[in-house]
Design a protein. Structure first.
Length: 317
């Protein structure tokens, strides 16, 4: 059975199962899972990291977590389709937008609905609390996933996209559909094209955002010095360095104050587990026993010391 037509996009013949070709093609545009980072709405990436991945691509970093995500996609989608009584096809092909040539997506699966083809996006997640509890829950999908789903609809021209997720360790399947939002898709496509022309084409990194993702990107872009020439810095650069020094001094002072108050409260609690404030709120000082750390290579477990930690619980208003 042939895959459904994509009236707003071009199928490339490149599938995610061929990781080398897929990663090479990925460097030619902004994927649906990367778009949220350009808008500053990603929990996992930054605009600077997306930029670095385009101008200096590295071989894909695989992990067991990612592997299981791929392995579980097909059975999760299959079970969802069975419960809904629908037929579906596994996709996995890279599709570029015909309107915004640097926007692309990879659809997990597709089905045929009453208004034509529909997309299915599968997620395995440890953050089930961020998702709706059931189909008719008024809670929206996480914003970075909404952006991903809209870009998939932008690149295909389809009208509906359903996100199916299996949270871990709860293992209770959930799903929610979104409809195409033309105005947002235009904004998204224009943002992608502006990012590509202003940064990727010109080789000008976007501003960092202070995240660990941005630090990772800088290390990736400039891992080693390659010039003995001395860079002339401006008065403005000097002012920023002095501002950094001042902030670091403030940070050190604040850390000391935080530690001191934390220690004072622990001394106050002594052997007690619970303390109650006049407004009914509570301070707890309970023992925590973390799981042993496990060696990735041999599986050997090393015990970790238990400790007591302070927690604050508000009283009922």
């Amino acid at each position: 059975m042939s895959l459904p037509e994509t009236p707003a996009g071009n199928r490339t013949g490149v599938f995610d199962r061929d990781r080398d070709k897929w990663m090479l093609a990925r460097a030619q545009g902004i994927g649906a899972s990367e778009a949220a980072a350009l808008l500053g709405k990603s929990h996992f990436s930054s605009a600077l990291e997306v930029y670095a991945s385009k101008v200096n691509p590295l071989p894909p970093v695989e992990s067991e977590l990612m592997d299981w995500g791929h392995i579980l996609e097909a059975p999760i989608i299959g079970e969802y389709a069975k419960r809904q009584g629908i037929e579906y096809q596994i996709e996995g092909e890279m599709i570029f937008s015909s309107r915004f040539p640097h926007a692309f997506c990879t659809i997990d699966a597709s089905t045929i609905g009453k208004d034509g083809p529909e997309a299915i996006e599968c997620k395995t997640t440890s953050m089930g609390h961020l998702f709706p509890q059931h189909e008719h829950d008024g809670k929206e999908l996480p914003l970075h996933i909404q952006i991903q789903l809209q870009q998939q609809l932008l690149c295909t021209g389809w009208k509906k996209n359903t996100c199916v997720w299996l949270p871990m360790p709860e293992r209770i399947m959930g799903f929610k559909s979104v409809s195409a939002h033309a105005e947002f898709q235009t904004l998204l496509g224009e943002s992608i094209e502006a990012f590509w022309s202003d940064h990727v084409v010109k080789g000008l990194p976007p501003e960092p955002d202070g995240s660990s993702s941005a630090s990772k990107a800088i290390n990736h872009l400039y891992p080693d010095p390659e010039s003995d020439e001395r860079l002339e810095l401006s008065e403005e650069n000097l002012a920023r360095k002095l501002e950094l020094d001042s902030l670091k001094a403030d940070e050190k002072k604040l850390k000391g104050q935080i530690a001191k108050i934390d220690q004072e409260l622990k001394l106050l609690m002594k052997h007690n587990e619970i303390g109650t404030f006049p407004d009914g709120s509570q301070l707890t000082y309970r023992k925590t026993s973390p799981k042993p750390s496990q060696c990735k290579n041999c599986g050997h477990e090393t015990p970790r010391s238990s400790f007591r930690s302070l927690r604050f619980k508000k009283g009922r208003s």
